[in-house]
Design a protein around this ligand. Sequence first.
Ligand SMILES: *[C@@H]1O[C@H](CO)[C@@H](O)[C@H](O)[C@H]1NC(C)=O
Ligand SMILES: *[C@@H]1O[C@H](CO)[C@@H](O)[C@H](O)[C@H]1NC(C)=O
Ligand SMILES: *[C@@H]1O[C@H](CO)[C@@H](O)[C@H](O)[C@H]1NC(C)=O
Ligand SMILES: *[C@@H]1O[C@H](CO)[C@@H](O)[C@H](O)[C@H]1NC(C)=O
Ligand SMILES: *[C@@H]1O[C@H](CO)[C@@H](O)[C@H](O)[C@H]1NC(C)=O
Ligand SMILES: *[C@@H]1O[C@H](CO)[C@@H](O)[C@H](O)[C@H]1NC(C)=O
Ligand SMILES: *[C@@H]1O[C@H](CO)[C@@H](O)[C@H](O)[C@H]1NC(C)=O
Ligand SMILES: *[C@@H]1O[C@H](CO)[C@@H](O)[C@H](O)[C@H]1NC(C)=O
Ligand SMILES: *[C@@H]1O[C@H](CO)[C@@H](O)[C@H](O)[C@H]1NC(C)=O
Ligand SMILES: *[C@@H]1O[C@H](CO)[C@@H](O)[C@H](O)[C@H]1NC(C)=O
Length: 336
Amino acid sequence: MEGLCTILLISLVGLALTQGNAVLDDGDKQALLDFVNSFPHSRDLDWDVNSAVCNNWTGVTCSQDESRVLSLRLPGVGFHGRIPANTLSRLTALQILSLRSNGITGPFPSDLYDLKNLTYLYLQFNKFSGPLPANFSVWKNLTIVNLSNNGFNGSIPKGISNLTLLSTLNLANNSLSGVIPDLHLPNLQQLNLSNNNLTGILPKSLQSFPKSVFSGNSISLPYSPIPGPPGVLSFHQPNSKPKNAGRLSESALLGIIIAGCVLGVIGLAFLLLVWCLRRRDNLRYASNVQFDHGEVEISVWIEKYCLGTEMQSDIGMHILAFLLHLIRRRVSDQTA
Ligand SMILES: *[C@@H]1O[C@H](CO)[C@@H](O)[C@H](O)[C@H]1NC(C)=O
Ligand SMILES: *[C@@H]1O[C@H](CO)[C@@H](O)[C@H](O)[C@H]1NC(C)=O
Ligand SMILES: *[C@@H]1O[C@H](CO)[C@@H](O)[C@H](O)[C@H]1NC(C)=O
Ligand SMILES: *[C@@H]1O[C@H](CO)[C@@H](O)[C@H](O)[C@H]1NC(C)=O
Ligand SMILES: *[C@@H]1O[C@H](CO)[C@@H](O)[C@H](O)[C@H]1NC(C)=O
Ligand SMILES: *[C@@H]1O[C@H](CO)[C@@H](O)[C@H](O)[C@H]1NC(C)=O
Ligand SMILES: *[C@@H]1O[C@H](CO)[C@@H](O)[C@H](O)[C@H]1NC(C)=O
Ligand SMILES: *[C@@H]1O[C@H](CO)[C@@H](O)[C@H](O)[C@H]1NC(C)=O
Ligand SMILES: *[C@@H]1O[C@H](CO)[C@@H](O)[C@H](O)[C@H]1NC(C)=O
Ligand SMILES: *[C@@H]1O[C@H](CO)[C@@H](O)[C@H](O)[C@H]1NC(C)=O
């Protein structure tokens, strides 16, 4: 009984001690070793099996409690051949992976599908080939993707739209073909699709990016009738104002135009009336016209001195005729 109690006490103390500074997951360490030992490379990595992985292994960064590997950066190590299967996939906590500037061949590494926390992926300047992943929804946190300067072919998958956090996407200098899908990526800030074999019309969602992003393809802007020659960007100069800025419905526009015309006609009529009255005063023509008697005199006067003699403009004639009509109607209403 006493012996059992001692064993229990010792294990509890041991547990308390290890909680303060967790040791690296054995699986992570073994995964790293399997990866590097089965992946030919030309530069020595100095990964000492007996040293602490999190403090001493080149390119490896761990979580704060040193329990998991979060980042693996091995650029320009001279890796060549295919990424060995079932190695990186075991680093399930990995957030940052950089294997850029190596000589890696083969398809997009399927191991990465198991890295659900992957946030930054740098595979540029390798010799990857084949299609991009069809389904990006496994990487909910993916923010920066740089696959430029490889041999990826096929089309840009629609599934990239599922990467809602994506801020940088560099697919330049590959052999991607087909039409660029309409990507709705609210956080996308940097994009480069230059030097591929992309065709078709540039989707609206990407039109705000500079032209250089699409250079070296055969892409044309919407509404551009002539697609350019291969390898040459054939943008027509985009309108300086966005097409849908401040767009009004047709009926609203029609209403405004009609209202404007009516106001204009009324204003013009008023001006003409004033002009005619002043002219009458000046010329003392209507000394015998009694305005006090109402509209009859005015109408007679307008008829006589404006319509009859001075008015040349057709529009003016029509306006005055209309006014006369109104005045006569009022007079006849009153006298009836
Ligand atoms: C880290 O590695 C160096 C050699 O690369 C070695 O001299 C040193 O003792 C190691 N430190 C630890 C804590 O293992
Ligand atoms: C992913 O990261 C979160 C914290 O950002 C962590 O809680 C979770 O355990 C991680 N997933 C894996 C599989 O490690
Ligand atoms: C993504 O990041 C968030 C916040 O850091 C974290 O909570 C989550 O576990 C991460 N992983 C996935 C797969 O969403
Ligand atoms: C993509 O993967 C997610 C999760 O892995 C799955 O739920 C979804 O059905 C897949 N979509 C397609 C189109 O394969
Ligand atoms: C992606 O790679 C290209 C080529 O190396 C480089 O110019 C660019 O800065 C990289 N982008 C990011 C976000 O790392
Ligand atoms: C992609 O390249 C491979 C050879 O590397 C070829 O077999 C395949 O047909 C190509 N796919 C497309 C869509 O061009
Ligand atoms: C995008 O994600 C949704 C679920 O989140 C999934 O149903 C759909 O298949 C994904 N689209 C693609 C193209 O993977
Ligand atoms: C694409 O390749 C050209 C020529 O090799 C190079 O000048 C350019 O910087 C590359 N683009 C990117 C984004 O890496
Ligand atoms: C890209 O298109 C050009 C011209 O159409 C063609 O010569 C070249 O072979 C294509 N490249 C790939 C990788 O499909
Ligand atoms: C995209 O890459 C091309 C070279 O491939 C470069 O000329 C251009 O400036 C880049 N555009 C942006 C916005 O980075």
